[in-house]
Write a protein that binds this ligand. Structure first.
Ligand SMILES: Nc1ncnc2c1ncn2[C@@H]1O[C@H](COP(=O)(O)OP(=O)(O)O)[C@@H](O)[C@H]1O
Ligand SMILES: N[C@@H](CC(=O)OP(=O)(O)O)C(=O)O
Length: 456
């Protein structure tokens, strides 16, 4: 058994979904379960219509909704020409419900996280039906499975936590029998529901996580993440077109990279897969014969110190200065409690005797967080920063690597530097505007001469 996850870029149009059907057909002997995302940009559009409705702008919400409706209907009718196929009435019913929901939000004038999840889930709900119907219309034995009946979560709307034991039980009860019957189950990623049946989502980019949960629960032999690039690259190919494909990477390296901005893979994907030692492949649905990237438990040794460079933009640095207070017992705990209260994750931390600097993803709660901290210390924050992270297990025993990194970018202003406890990354903070130049220079320094065993 394998799990094949197709991201938004791989299911963005009728042509793309047709290609996906061909890829799945080629894997039938491996008994695939398919997890699909919403069509690319659909999630952002759903969020925008929910926000417009919440702000009382009914006209904008309706216009956005109609545009997405036209897109879904267009793709569905291009793929499933039989007008009497139930998929068409099912999409119509979904849009009726979505329109009513948006009207309700407008009427109440408030968008709660619970209602936002309800709106945004339509992206995966509808697309998984379209993909299942397209497969069936192409002669594949495929069935749509509502992911909300499988992926049980808590009530943390927007980023709900999956309840693994119950998910595993439902996979065995509802999905495994389909596979055993030679059917390809097709589920939407990203969505779930609470035990009492309220729709939730598991965080942006969460379809990879769904695929990993399904793969782990079914004890799959492999999880394939199909996207629009030939696997994980030595850096974002948009920044460096000469980035190399990484043939093999360790779970730990892939997780660090994903966390620090290598958008191609969701970090949490790695967790359920690691625990069961299931290999994860990143593959290109536009170039399916390419071998992509294999993510394994232990990376092979190479002569290159790093595997890749990632950059995460939209970062804010918060500096907390408290003369003679910092090392006082309990001070850092108080600072972190404030972040915790605001449910705000901290990425990079660096401390001195009298100050601590922290980075968070830029968000609208930062002024409130700073106001809470001002009760304890002097606080200032600056946005438009970026975290650059170089990752590689081979840096552990190599002195002088950090010197090479900072020499390559010696004229770029570096704000914070850290080397994680895992000792497989060198991470620093710079202005967002300096990212392209810094990444290009580091890439030229570390990846001009690459080990052909590990890089393409
Ligand atoms: N190191 C990297 N390797 C490969 N792709 C990367 C990397 N860093 C960023 N990306 C970007 O990630 C994109 C794929 O992620 P995403 O658009 O979320 O795909 P999907 O819709 O399939 O989930 C690629 O098109 C590429 O621009
Ligand atoms: N559609 C969701 C979930 C997802 O994972 O999408 P993608 O596979 O296109 O990154 C999102 O945009 O967040």
């Amino acid at each position: 058994m394998i799990v094949m996850k197709f991201g938004g870029t791989s299911v963005e149009s009728a042509e793309a979904i047709d290609r996906v059907a061909g890829i799945v057909r080629g894997r039938l002997d491996r008994r695939p379960t398919v997890v699909v995302s919403a069509m690319s940009k659909a999630t952002d559009q759903l969020l925008a219509m929910a926000a417009a409705a919440g702000a009382g702008d009914k006209e904008k919400a309706v216009t956005l909704c109609q545009a997405l409706r036209d897109r879904h209907f267009g793709v569905a009718s291009a793929l499933v020409s039989d007008a009497s196929n139930p998929v068409h009435t099912s999409i119509a019913a979904d849009y009726l419900a979505l329109e009513q929901l948006l009207e309700g939000i407008c009427a109440v004038g408030e968008l709660t996280p619970r209602t936002q999840d309800n709106v945004v889930a339509y992206g995966e709900r509808i697309n998984s039906k379209v993909v299942a119907a397209a497969f069936a219309a192409r002669g594949l034995k495929a069935t749509h499975v509502d992911a909300r009946e499988i992926i049980v979560t808590d009530h943390t709307f927007g980023k709900a936590t999956p309840q693994v034991a119950e998910i595993d039980r439902r996979l065995m009860a509802k999905v495994k029998p389909l596979i055993d019957d030679g059917v390809v189950p097709v589920l939407g990623g990203f969505i779930g529901s609470t035990p009492d049946g309220i729709t939730t989502t598991i965080g942006r980019g969460g379809s990879d996580f769904s695929a990993a949960l399904v793969g782990a629960g079914l004890n799959a032999e492999a999880i394939e993440i199909w996207t629009d690039v030939d696997g994980m690259k030595t850096t974002d190919p948009n920044l460096c077109p000469d980035a190399h494909r990484i043939k093999v990477i360790s779970f730990e390296e892939a997780a660090e990279l994903a966390y620090f901005g290598a958008k191609v893979l969701h970090p949490a994907t790695v967790l359920p897969a690691i625990e069961k030692n299931i290999p994860v492949y990143v593959l290109n649905s536009r170039n399916p014969s390419n071998e992509g990237t294999k993510i394994v438990a232990r990376a092979p040794q190479t002569r290159n110190p790093f595997k890749a460079i990632a950059a995460k933009k939209r970062i804010t640095v918060i500096d907390v200065v408290a003369a003679r207070m910092l090392m006082a017992h309990g001070f850092l705990r108080q600072i972190f409690e404030i972040f915790d209260r605001h449910k705000c994750a901290v990425d990079v931390v660096s401390t001195s005797e009298v100050s601590v600097s922290l980075t968070v993803d830029s968000n609208e709660r930062i002024p409130e967080i700073a106001a809470d901290m001002e009760k304890l210390a002097f606080v200032k924050y600056s946005g438009r920063k970026a975290i650059v992270c170089l990752v590689g297990e081979n840096i552990r025993e190599r002195p002088g690597i950090a010197a090479q990194v900072f020499t390559a970018i010696s004229d770029i202003n570096v704000r914070m530097i850290s080397q994680g406890a895992s000792e497989i990354n060198i991470t620093f903070v710079i202005d967002e505007a300096d990212v392209p130049e810094a990444v290009r220079r580091l890439h030229a320094h570390f990846f001009t001469d690459v080990d052909p065993e590990v890089f393409d």
